[in-house]
Structure formats: C-alpha cells, structure tokens
Design a protein around this ligand. Sequence first.
Ligand SMILES: NC(=O)c1ccc[n+]([C@@H]2O[C@H](COP(=O)([O-])OP(=O)(O)OC[C@H]3O[C@@H](n4cnc5c(N)ncnc54)[C@H](OP(=O)(O)O)[C@@H]3O)[C@@H](O)[C@H]2O)c1
Length: 290
Amino acid sequence: MNRILVIGAKGMLGKDLIPELQSSFPDGEVLGWDIDEIDIRKERETIREIVRARPSIVINVAGYTDVDGCESNEREAFAANADGMKHIALGASQCRAKAVYLSTDYVFDGKKGIPYLEDDPPNPLSVYGHSKWKGEQYTLQLAENGLIIRTQWLYGLHGKNFVMAILRQAKEREVLSIVNDQIGSPTYTVDLSRAIALLIRKKARGIYHVTNRDFCSWYEFGQAILNLSEIKHVQVLPITSKELNRKAVRPSYSVLNTDKFKQEVGIELRTWSEALKDFLSHIQRTEALV
Ligand SMILES: NC(=O)c1ccc[n+]([C@@H]2O[C@H](COP(=O)([O-])OP(=O)(O)OC[C@H]3O[C@@H](n4cnc5c(N)ncnc54)[C@H](OP(=O)(O)O)[C@@H]3O)[C@@H](O)[C@H]2O)c1
C-alpha cells in the first residue's frame, strides 16, 4: 500500500495535489504536512519526522517561492529550496521511500531558443533558480529512485498567481502593462497534480518536464485571461522585462519540451488556453455560490 507524504500541503500546488492523490490511490494513505508540522530547513527534525511517518513516497512541494524575495534573502532561499530537499532526501532514503522534487524552468537561462530537454545543462539567472538547481542535485545524489518534475508559470485556486493578480487588477485599473519578452507555458495546478500522480504510478525516476501544452508571453496570457473573462474595459500594454525592472532576472524563453512525459505516461496535458478556460469557469461557478 502506498503511504504518500506531501510536504508543502498548504501551498498552491499542495492543495490541489492532495485530493488528486487521494482519488488516484484510493487504497493508499495520503499525509499532508506544511511548515506547522515540519520545517524542512531543520535537518535532524526533518529526517526524524519522515522516518517516524514511514512513507513509501515523499513529495516535496514546499519552498521559498518568492522569486524576487530570494534575491535579497539568498541564505533563506538555499535553506528552504536546496537544504530542505537535502534533508527530505536523506529522511526518505532512510526509510527507503521514493523522493519527488518539484522544480522549475528558472534553472535555465532562456537562451536556447527552442524547448528545453531534460538533459540540457542548467544555467540559472536568479538566486531562486540556483537554489532549485541545487535541490535537484541533492534529489539525484541522495534519494533512492529520485524524481524531479520541472514545471512553470503555475496558477490555481489556492495561492498568489498571475491569473488571480490580473483579475484583481482589472477591477482596480483601466490599463495594465504586461511583459511581452518572456515566453513560457502557463500550467494549471489541477492538471499538474494529475501528471504527478501518473508519473508516480509509472514509478518514473530522473527528470521530467511537465507543463500545459503550447506557449505564450505573459502579455498574451494576460490578454487571454481578460478576453475569456469578458473584461472589455481594460487596455493591455506590452512592456519589456527591462521596463518592469524586477529584482530577479527571468529567462526570456523557457518553454519545456514535454515529450519524455508523454512517452512515459501515454498522454500529454491539454493546451494552456483550454486549461485556463476551465479554471476561469471554475472561479465563476465558485463565485456564483458565494
Ligand atoms: N508557482 C510557480 O509558478 C512554480 C513554478 C515552477 C515550480 N514551482 C515549484 O512548485 C512547488 C510548489 O509551488 P507553489 O507555488 O505551490 O508554492 P507555495 O504556494 O509558495 O507553497 C509552498 C508551501 O511551502 C511552505 N513552506 C515554506 N517554507 C517551508 C519550510 N521551511 N518547511 C516547510 N514548509 C515550508 C509554504 O508555507 P508559507 O506559505 O507559510 O511560507 C507553503 O505552504 C515549489 O517547489 C516551487 O518551487 C512553482
């Protein structure tokens, strides 16, 4: 019987992942921990609690995910994103559990120009990207059957994200400026959760890229959010990353090639625009109930 421990259970992805695992593994047991139950920066505590819980699989969706915040808190970023994964991998290997690490397109520099493959060499541009790459290395070195799932541009019902930010800003402003020189694949946390469950069922190990299909710029994504929500009074202006001037440098083109995932599980995720439509109608239904 699978006993799956999710660490980061109260985060945006964690909250969609738990119910997906419960329905994908009805005979298994799913445990959800977050910072109140375990602080993954603490080595002894993390190893001790994992060993005590005796999971067969540990999925790490916790971390310091404020990409700009990481630039001014480098030590904190590495403690949570890299050392945290090291401690989880050590705990998991002591009870012979599989360890799964969620990673990011920000391990790449965005200069390749065509979708990144799993074995393309990382070259992160930001502290966040560096700390996640280090976490990947610990997963491969220390975990038994370690699995790394790189994804990008996540949105879902349960956390701060671009879609919710655009919808909120559209209520307050008539003009929105959105960057048009970063290209990626927006990914719905519900779809990603299903993909994680499929990879676990297949006993996949090593690195996999998983995103919704097709790609766009943040500007195009923003326009799609407004169009699909039938918000017509807001004008969207394309700007450059230089104009936005955020602390962390992001890759300009970090589309991930997902063929390996497709070959492993036999399906690919739907397009980002289909997923977005579904997400927006889910929000509308939820709001209608309130
Ligand atoms: N969001 C994206 O666009 C994106 C893209 C690519 C990859 N990822 C990766 O996907 C994973 C999930 O992302 P997400 O957006 O769902 O993250 P999230 O919403 O920020 O959730 C992370 C969770 O981890 C908890 N946490 C933080 N530090 C911790 C610690 N030391 N010990 C235990 N728990 C801790 C957080 O608690 P607090 O809220 O109290 O801090 C939060 O509940 C992360 O590994 C992230 O790097 C995300």
